[in-house]
Design a protein around this ligand. Structure first.
Ligand code: NAP
Length: 318
């Protein structure tokens, strides 16, 4: 079976591509060729790399045909962010592929109603990213149920692993938060630190895709949360991180408006807001039941790997 993976050299692809090769698939990875996977692996020698800029190819209306020309049996789309992009691809692949898997996001939910949220809860997305992803999800599910287009949507949590900065206990990407916790210095958290984050190790995301392919009958026409077994509070994650360094977390809690003033980097403040406004917490029961998804990593185990890598690569210097 020939698998075309669009965006195969990033967080997910680093783990998914070797897993696909090991499982015996013929793999074609499509990207702009600007970056390599986070970890080298011999499997990449067996992968055909096709250089293509999706944004440019979509502008000329050629992207769908270019993917179709690769003659895939299965397409894994890891970088679809607009409804029109999904439409263009589906129109070109209709009747050609046995399985089409798309990376969504837990942020299709927006404001959850009951937590851990299940896949069938009404969507209330906010922010352009979540809104577009929810539209893509609705479109793919509709096409799957209406015309038999064999789509599956997987919604990862905050993707974590060695090689990049993961979401920290303050809900942003500032490595200083890890450093302060490691040193026992004070870390301010917004509100009561009880809002939640839901990480997932990138290898578990890869597992989710493989399991969905292997359980095709139960996966087609379905959406799945692909997250760690349980979300964590900001406070709980901060306490865990501090404990790895023999520290007791020295936490200070501040109402959002006050906390916001302590953060000078606009991007970090926005990121925290996005994370606490979503306060992610999702059920994986459907993925366990239908596709046998069994995450290897808890949230703390995934973040531990990330922090270890940051120390080894001196992003975190204690
Ligand atoms: N990161 C998270 O925490 C998170 C959480 C939930 C959901 N998701 C979803 O996961 C997906 C992203 O997966 P990821 O984190 O593995 O991605 P990633 O690490 O950002 O990697 C992106 C991949 O796409 C390629 N790429 C980027 N722009 C391209 C373009 N215009 N044309 C062709 N290739 C392009 C990149 O290679 P080149 O740069 O060489 O082209 C790379 O292979 C998205 O759908 C996102 O919504 C992510």
């Amino acid at each position: 079976m020939r698998v075309v993976i669009i965006g195969g050299s990033g967080h997910i692809g680093t783990y998914l591509v070797p897993r696909l090769v090991e499982a015996g698939y013929e793999v074609i990875s499509v990207s702009r060729g600007q970056r390599d996977a986070y970890q080298s692996h011999g499997a990449w020698n067996l992968v055909q790399k096709v250089v293509m800029d999706r944004t440019e190819a979509e502008k000329s209306g050629d992207f769908g045909r270019m993917i179709s020309d690769l003659k895939p049996d299965i397409v894994i789309d890891l970088i679809c962010f607009k409804l029109d992009s999904a439409r263009q691809l589906v129109q070109s692949l209709r009747g050609q592929v046995q399985h089409f898997l798309s990376a969504g996001t837990i942020w299709v939910h927006g404001h959850a109603i009951q937590v851990p949220a299940t896949e069938d809860q009404a969507r209330q997305p906010f922010g352009e990213y979540g809104i577009q992803k929810a539209k893509i999800e609705a479109y793919l599910l509709y096409e799957s149920r209406r015309s038999g287009f064999p789509a599956t949507i997987l919604h990862p949590g905050h993707i974590t692993g060695p090689g990049w900065i993961c979401v920290n206990p303050a809900g942003n990407f500032d490595p200083q938060v890890f450093i302060k916790l490691a040193k026992g210095e004070e870390v301010a958290l917004p509100n009561l630190g009880m809002e939640t984050l839901h990480h997932v190790h990138a290898d578990d995301v890869a597992q989710g895709f493989i399991k969905a392919m292997l359980n095709w009958r139960h996966a087609v026409g379905e959406n799945f949360h692909i997250v760690s077994p349980a979300a964590m509070t900001l406070r709980g994650l901060a306490e865990s991180v501090a404990s790895w360094f023999g520290q007791t977390a020295n936490l200070r809690f501040m109402p959002w408006d006050e906390w916001r003033k302590t953060v000078t980097d606009e991007q970090y403040a926005r990121s925290t807001w996005d994370h606490i406004a979503h306060s992610d917490s999702y059920s994986i029961e459907k993925a366990r039941r239908l596709i046998d998804y069994q995450p290897r990593y808890t949230t703390t185990e995934a973040v531990y790997e990330c922090v270890n890598w940051l120390i080894e690569h001196q992003v975190i210097v204690i």
